[in-house]
Write a protein that binds this ligand. Structure first.
Ligand code: WT7
Length: 641
């Protein structure tokens, strides 16, 4: 580990908060929850019925009220969202304007028959109508489920069907790298066979011609006569706020279900501690709202704090690699939160580009989603932050709801170590353990677990309590299993080493191997497939696939590769496109028939193979190995793009 530390902080030294949290985590969170606005107070801070946690039981509140209504006396004219379109369009929405839009759209949803507890799928690009839709659902107690607009119609269909959404909200199209992605036609295809969907609302972003079906309504038409007043529902603290589908080790995506009171409490606290948010800040998180980072730190946390934030529609390197620096300069951004993948890409283009922009307004930098290489951390610190901004490397997951490990410049000044997410936030109990659940020694690799319930924890997996128990709470008796490897150093700092399971992190996006494999085998000529991730300079990890064809398939391999890529793009989406595809005649499997992915990975990485005693057929190893070596020699043949 890099032992060099960076002593940069913002001068905050509130060590009391940590002390309080150490003595009693329940009364600690009890105090934190009082920062929100409640319609009625709770009677019990935590109802822990392992592994189900319910926070602030008996309390009632509303997420949209906490994000919007509470600011109307003090910040009604303050910009909430400074929106920049990929094509240079811009819009500003003040806290008052945002509230008006949300009330109108809440009334629209009500007029279409939605009731508390119903589900709505939102498939929108990064336009203000996306947070407006989410906050409107929250206002009337409807559970939103946002699907990233880069997912395919098949992936969208699966999510609408699993959540049994009554309404789908989409746009005619969205801009991506200068061209229009036709979102409405993806929805048309997705809902063809779904009876649950009663209405589709189409926001007119691009004004491209679209085909209107009987269930379709235009956003502008519905909003024309909508009333501007809609009282927020008084919802119980554990009322579900949203479902967000994420990939796991099994085939189907899991619907992570988040509640209201606990989730918002963790967001409120972490936004204050980690980002040190002030009224004068301009916050810019580059995440798409389709992922959890966007839900928590583009929509709910900044708005609860009455912050001004930049929301950007398009690709971070469009029309060129300086786009982010241009936005920071233009909007005088003070806090910037992005991914290691984006930073690695920017870094490759050198210092001259960021140096030619005025980045002097920046005072705090953050990263999330995957491990950050120490040299990238240092580049971020020096070239972007000019050695004056603390960097917060924030570890968390869709399931944890909010940040769990991070430096907290808004609370305390601690030495920073490039590549380490440092320490747990106050009030959570995180450890690194071995297979048996015992704490590992200092600087020893183990599994990252969470040992006590925390406010932002998922309520369950949508419609599947058993799976929730099995996935997160069965490996260890009383701990939440995160699926990550980590070590803890002599100062108690955590270093995340990546996934311990069959989940891939490609450009920070979470992709399940099983989903990928099933879309590959849906190709008619394919008998079997196995995928794994290998390290990549920019994306952190890329996907490679090993494919066994059905007998007597004589097709040209290049043609087959193209078709397989097409299957993946249709089945999951373009983010899951394999980088390389290898054809082999069998896959290395254990005697019980499980594919030995670890082995594929070692071969692909040119590593020593290790123990193969559980292997069913040793020949598969040498075959995969030689296929790999052959193909590596003529690397261009394996490339899919
Ligand atoms: C997985 C969760 C956290 C919101 C966005 C991703 C990896 C996340 C870090 C970090 C190293 C990280 C882990 C985790 N991860 N943050 N700071 N350092 N790895 O949420 O899609 O649910 O993915 O992302 O592997 O388990 P997600």
């Amino acid at each position: 580990m890099d032992s060099k530390v960076f002593n940069v902080g913002l001068g905050n030294n509130d060590f009391e908060t940590r002390k309080k949290s150490d003595s009693d985590f329940i009364s600690f969170w009890n105090e934190q929850a009082k920062n929100l606005s409640w319609f009625s107070s709770w009677t019990k801070t935590l109802d822990w019925n392992p592994p189900f946690g319910r926070w602030f039981v008996g309390g009632t509140l509303n997420a949209s009220y906490n994000a919007l209504d509470i600011h109307q006396n003090t910040r009604s004219k303050k910009p909430a969202i400074l929106w920049e379109g990929e094509n240079g369009d811009s819009r500003t929405l003040t806290y008052n304007e945002l509230l008006t839009e949300v009330q109108k759209f809440s009334n629209v949803l009500k007029s279409l028959g939605l009731k508390k507890g119903d589900r709505v799928t939102i498939y929108l690009p990064m336009v203000p109508e996306l947070p407006i839709s989410m906050l409107s659902c929250a206002r009337i107690g409807v559970i939103h489920t946002v699907v990233f607009s880069g997912f395919s119609s098949n992936a969208l269909k699966e999510r609408i069907d699993d959540s049994k959404s009554k309404i789908v909200i989409t746009a005619d199209g969205g801009y991506r790298r200068g061209s229009v992605v036709k979102l409405k036609s993806v929805v048309d295809e997705a809902i063809q066979e779904l009876d649950c969907v009663q209405n589709v609302i189409v926001f007119e972003r691009t004004k491209i011609p679209i085909k209107m079906n009987p269930k379709d309504h235009l956003w502008s038409e519905l909003m024309k006569n909508a009333s501007t007043k809609c009282e927020p529902e008084k919802l119980s603290s554990d009322h579900p706020l949203y479902i967000l589908y994420t990939s796991g080790t099994t085939g189907k995506p899991k619907g992570v279900l988040h509640g209201t009171g606990g989730y918002l409490t963790q967001l409120y606290s972490t936004f204050k501690w980690a980002f040190d948010i002030k009224d004068s800040d301009v916050f810019f998180c580059t995440a798409d709202i389709g992922w959890v980072t966007g839900h928590s730190y583009v929509v709910y946390a900044p708005l609860m704090h009455g912050a001004t934030e930049v929301m950007y529609e398009g690709a971070p390197d469009y029309p060129d690699i300086s786009r982010m620096w241009d936005i920071i300069q233009k909007y005088k951004v003070t806090i910037f939160y992005t991914t290691p993948t984006a930073l690695r890409m920017f870094m490759r283009f050198g210092d001259d580009i960021p140096n030619s922009y005025d980045l002097s307004t920046l005072r705090l930098l953050g990263t999330v989603g995957e491990p950050i290489n120490p040299e990238v951390w240092k580049w971020y610190f020096k070239t972007i932050g000019k050695e004056k901004c603390p960097i917060i490397d924030t570890w968390w997951q869709t399931e944890t709801g909010g940040i769990m490990l991070s430096p907290l410049p808004g609370l305390e000044t601690i030495p920073l170590k490039p590549g380490s997410a440092t320490l747990p936030i106050p009030g959570v109990d995180i450890a690194v353990v071995d297979e048996g659940g015992k704490d590992v020694k200092v600087n020893t690799k183990g599994y990252l677990v969470i040992r006590k319930p925390w406010p932002g924890m998922l309520l369950t997996l949508w419609g599947d309590d058993e799976k929730y128990k099995a996935v997160y709470w069965s490996k260890y008796d009383h701990s939440y299993y995160s699926g990550d490897y980590a070590i803890r150093d002599e100062d108690g700092y955590f270093w995340i080493l990546g996934r311990a399971d069959d989940v891939l992190k490609v450009a920070g996006h979470r992709i399940g191997t099983a989903e990928l494999e099933s879309s590959i085998v849906s190709h008619n000529d394919v008998a079997e497939a196995a995928v794994c991730g290998i390290p990549h300079d920019i994306k952190g990890e890329v996907i490679i696939a090993f494919v066994v064809l059905k007998q007597q398939i004589q097709k040209n391999e290049q043609v087959l590769r193209k078709e397989i890529v097409e299957m993946v793009r249709k089945g999951v989406g373009p983010i899951a496109t394999p980088e390389q595809i290898y054809f082999v005649s069998k896959l290395p499997k254990t005697r019980s028939g499980k594919i030995m992915r670890r082995l594929l990975k070692s071969i692909a990485k040119n590593e020593k193979i290790g123990d193969t005693s559980t292997l069913e057929d040793e020949a598969a190893v040498s075959e995969v190995q030689s296929a790999f070596n052959e193909l590596k020699k003529s690397a261009k043949n394996t490339k899919t793009n």
